[in-house]
Design a protein around this ligand. Structure first.
Ligand code: NAD
Length: 499
């Protein structure tokens, strides 16, 4: 595998075991968000490229070269992928930081998680599955799981490798073939993963990768009749559009979408722990995390003290390039995204919210070439403000007050989203009572953010459909078939022979 290169990296797409450029030779420059420098040139794939990739995946699926292997054989490949990710962890970490901007510390967790995810699904696929049923004699009924077929996998830029692996590992484990599209903003580590697939000898056509714009390459995958299912992670608006596009061919659709997650802090919480996790909940990943705790709800009696300590701590966060070991928060992923985040800060001010901290792009200390935004805190917000209701996806948090449990739950649930949420309290019964009322798929008590390959990940309401990870994440990529076996092979006699 190629290590980190000082010079510009030439990316290629991977179709039917071949490394290729875009059909029309067009390319896209990939930039380092810490300084705007070009780090890679990616092919700007076309609908024709996507079509070729689907063709390759369909042929590979029908040939049985992958689905025909035993689970143990597929697992052997996946374990090798995990080992190769670990062997190349340092290089992959640096590339992820270079491409996405996240601090090395965060990137190194992502890469380790990616290897662990492959191992998890390699192990899981060899475990017993299916059911048998005691039905009336002489029948025996059973259920088996089978691959869905050709899976179109489309991912965003915030965890470029990890979000890819959350889909690719279970899809391959289940015996599917795939057409994968990384985000056009962050395709670098995905190519490295496909180099690993080549290196371990994954059969040609099983895993295909196209790069390029969502509305072109992505849409071709979503509408192609030979694609059996779409697994998508990205924005809610894109998810809705994609579901409509997939309707004509009635594809199975799995969606991991946006969030505006509540982090509820009661006055009886351990104060330092609550402040600490609240900071981590919103400012890790510079807030570009789908499950970010972007709405902090604090019990009235604790509110002033909480805001003052939170702001004091947030002001000390070291913002800088991800490859500086001192950096605690990196840049936003692109200039375009930075502009979107800054425009939300303006909206918040116009809506009448008070800026308690930050609110600006950072330009000093050599940060002017990158896309850095200060940790930003809004207070005095109203529930109907856009900065309370809409996903900003940056280092911007709103802190609200609540009077009692009932109001906390009401405010927490009052957005269209339902991805994540947390409660901080030393009253265990209260914490559980409240968390059970939160309409979200991923929740924590006295914690924020840890996620496990074993546990399902996904949202309620407009945060998505279906689940990633765990056994649920594997089932997304499986069809369920009932087989009814007659143990007494003789005619039923239902229709008489007489006319
Ligand atoms: P996005 O929706 O703009 O793009 C996601 C992917 O979809 C990209 O690969 C893009 O090229 C592709 N795409 C765009 N238009 C398309 C179309 N018409 N047809 C097919 N594909 C299309 O999202 P983004 O800005 O890359 O990522 C940020 C969003 O992702 C946030 O909303 C965040 O909450 C969400 N996200 C959710 C989860 C989760 O697990 N729920 C995890 C990470 C990110």
């Amino acid at each position: 595998m190629v290590g980190v290169q000082q010079s510009v990296i030439n990316l290629k797409m991977y179709i039917n075991g071949e490394w290729i450029n875009a059909d029309n030779r067009e390319t896209r420059a990939i930039k380092n968000p810490a300084n705007g420098e070009i780090i890679a040139i990616a092919p700007e794939g076309t609908t024709r490229d996507a079509h070729e990739a689907v063709d390759a995946a369909r042929k590979a699926f029908e040939s049985g070269v992958w689905s025909g292997l035993s689970a143990q054989e597929r697992a052997t490949y996946l374990f090798q992928v995990a080992d190769k990710i670990d062997e190349n962890a340092k290089a992959l970490t640096r590339l992820e930081t270079l491409d996405n901007g996240k601090p090395l510390r965060e990137a190194s967790y992502d890469i380790a998680d990616a290897a662990a995810c492959f191992r998890y699904y390699a192990g899981l696929i060899t475990k017993p599955d299916g059911f048998t049923y005691h039905v009336a004699d002489p029948m025996q009924a059973m259920v088996v799981r089978e691959p869905v077929g050709v899976c179109g996998l489309i991912v965003p830029w915030n965890y470029p490798l990890l979000m890819s692996v959350w889909k690719i590992a279970p899809a391959l484990a289940a015996g599917n073939t795939i057409v994968f599209k990384p985000s056009e903003v962050t395709p670098v580590t995905a190519m490295k993963l496909f180099e690993i697939f080549e290196e371990i000898g994954l059969p040609k056509g099983v895993a295909n990768m196209v790069m390029g714009a969502g509305p072109i390459v992505g849409e071709e995958i979503v509408t192609h009749p030979e694609v059996d299912m779409i697994s998508f992670t990205g924005g809610t608006k894109t998810g809705k559009h994609l579901m409509r596009q997939a309707a004509d061919t009635l594809k199975k659709v799995s969606l991991e979408l946006g969030g505006k997650s509540p982090n509820i802090i009661f006055a009886d919480a351990d104060f330092e722990t609550a402040v600490d996790y609240a900071l981590y909940g919103i400012f890790s990943g510079a807030g570009q995390v789908c499950s970010a705790g972007s709405r902090i709800l604090v019990e009235e009696s604790l509110y002033e003290r909480f805001v003052s300590h939170f702001v004091e701590r947030a002001a000390k966060i070291k913002v800088g390039p991800g490859d500086d070991p001192e950096t605690e928060m990196g840049p936003l992923v692109s200039e375009e995204h930075m502009k979107k985040v800054l425009s939300y800060i303006e909206i918040g001010k116009q809506e009448g919210a008070t800026l308690a901290l930050g609110g600006h792009r950072l330009l000093e200390n050599g940060l002017d070439k990158g896309y850095f935004v200060e940790p930003t805190v809004f207070v005095d917000v109203e529930q109907n403000m856009r900065i309370v209701q809409e996903e900003i996806f940056g280092p911007v948090v709103v802190i609200q007050k609540f009077k009692d449990e009932a109001e906390a739950v009401k405010l927490a649930n009052d957005t269209v989203y339902g991805l994540a949420g947390a409660v901080f309290s030393n009253d265990g019964a209260k914490a559980l009572r409240v968390i059970k009322k939160i309409r979200s798929g991923i929740t924590w008590i006295n914690s924020y953010h840890p996620t496990y390959n074993e546990a399902p990940w996904g949202g309620y309401k407009q945060s998505g459909i279906g689940r990633s990870l765990g056994t649920f994440g594997l089932e997304e990529f499986q069809e369920i078939k009932q087989i009814n076996i007659n143990l007494q092979v003789e005619p039923t006699g239902w229709f008489s022979h007489e006319k």
